[in-house]
Design a binder for this molecule. Structure first.
Ligand code: SF4
Length: 409
């Protein structure tokens, strides 16, 4: 039996790409192992957004050295931000036991050339629709490591989606750093891709992320509202509730503009669930500016917040020009305050599901319970003796917490 080991660090994009690599490895007959020393295929998916992530990746790679002594046929692949840097001479010198240095997204193609397909894909899949970013947010390294924005052709995305559905996929999430600017280089936009996928027989649900407030628009919202398979679930990062901080982040929108977008979205897409990303403790963030972020959280009442404390990333504008002057304990305090405020809001929001039915796509069993997500991306658990895998069922919610819903089919 062939085994694969995968190690991932970094953003959602990296995680989703790793899920894609896992699906590809499984479709070629590999079985997952948590021990890299018994693997035939080792994938290290790196991130350079934060210095700490890069340090961990280097450490991990160093630990992989003895693999070849144990199994000389094992193949080690380095991918992600670190492998995307132009000149790989230094990397090759430092890690001579690594067989392949691949840009994000190249692994499935590589497997296709080197392996024979045997198994099928999971229920929920991801398809990257663009690479790189043109936005240069002052804290972010992505435009430097992944280059300028490049959209993949709609034909290619549709073909890939049909292929995955043929292998058993029921839900597809389209991924990009800024999906609202997808297609500018091809004279098209994300709504074209959404329509194409909506027409694929056998595909039940479509999601897409991440959106950028400066590019999100009415046309995208109307596509979500009118295409039945596209879920009412939008990820729209605000990052801060202070206009001064947004300016320092080079985000190109104001809080007022963001709030207008939210109003428009809630009018066009009834029952939309709204997810956001936030950074606290950005250089120079005063207590007053942080409290503006708390005010926005209370005003918008998000369905989920991906919250991070600012951490300096070498090579970014912020690292060169803005002093990381908020003490770590203070960043932690702000982070926990956001979590606390959001936890209370979420418990109230989720309570509204109790007593009502919600449509759930089940993915598998966890701790003896079937687990799936509704169209709003809420995690739902139920008990059943039947095989619910890949099925959409109506679940009556009996109990809700801030993080999940529990009910009966
Ligand atoms: S939009 Fe900003 S934060 Fe997102 S990848 Fe581009 S530069 Fe980074």
């Amino acid at each position: 039996m062939k085994r694969y080991y995968i190690w991932t660090i970094g953003c959602q994009m990296n995680e989703s790409e790793s899920e894609e690599y896992e699906a590809a490895a499984q479709s070629f007959g590999y079985v997952k192992t948590s021990d890299p020393f018994e693997a035939d295929l080792v994938i290290i998916n790196t991130c350079m957004v934060r210095q700490s992530a890069e340090d961990k990746a280097v450490n991990k790679l160093q630990n992989m050295k003895p693999i070849k002594q144990k199994n000389k046929d094992a193949r080690i692949i380095l991918t992600g931000c670190m492998a995307s840097l132009g000149d790989k001479t230094e990397l090759k010198k430092k890690f001579p036991y690594v067989d392949e240095f691949m840009a994000p997204g190249e692994i499935p193609e590589w497997l296709k050339k080197n392996e024979k397909r045997t198994l099928s894909s999971p229920i929920c899949n991801f398809i990257p629709i663009q690479q790189g970013c043109d936005n240069f947010c002052s804290y972010c390294i992505v435009p430097y490591t992944r280059g300028r924005e490049k959209s993949f052709a709609p034909d290619y995305i549709e073909r890939k989606a049909r292929e995955l559905v043929g292998l058993g996929a029921k839900e597809i999430t389209l991924l990009g750093q800024n999906v609202d600017s997808y297609g500018r280089d091809l004279d098209t936009d994300i709504t074209d891709v959404l329509k194409r996928l909506n027409d694929i027989e056998g595909l039940l649900r479509i999601r897409f992320l991440t959106n950028h407030p400066k590019d999100m628009n009415r046309k995208v919202m109307e596509a979500v509202a009118s295409l039945p398979k596209v879920c009412e679930n939008i990820n729209l990062p605000i990052q801060s509730g202070s206009n001064d901080i947004l300016k320092a982040m080079n985000r190109h929108y104001t809080v007022e503009y963001y709030l207008e977008l939210v109003d428009m979205m809630r009018e066009i897409i009834p029952n939309v669930s709204l997810v956001t990303d936030m950074i606290v403790g950005f250089p120079g963030e005063t207590e007053e500016q942080f409290m503006e972020t708390i005010d926005v959280i209370k005003k918008v009442r998000f369905d989920a917040i991906h919250i991070a404390a600012y951490s300096e990333r070498t090579g970014t504008y912020a690292s060169k020009h803005l002093k990381d002057d908020i003490p770590e304990e203070e960043k932690d305090r702000r982070l926990h305050m956001v979590e606390e405020v959001q936890g209370k809001i979420l418990a109230e929001i989720n309570q509204k599901f109790v007593g009502n039915k919600t449509e759930v796509l089940f993915e598998g069993v966890k701790n003896g319970k079937w687990q799936g997500r509704n169209r709003n991306d809420k995690l739902v658990f139920t008990e059943s003796e039947h095989d619910l895998s890949g099925r959409i069922m109506n679940v009556k919610i009996d109990r809700a917490t801030a993080w999940s819903l529990h009910g009966t089919v």
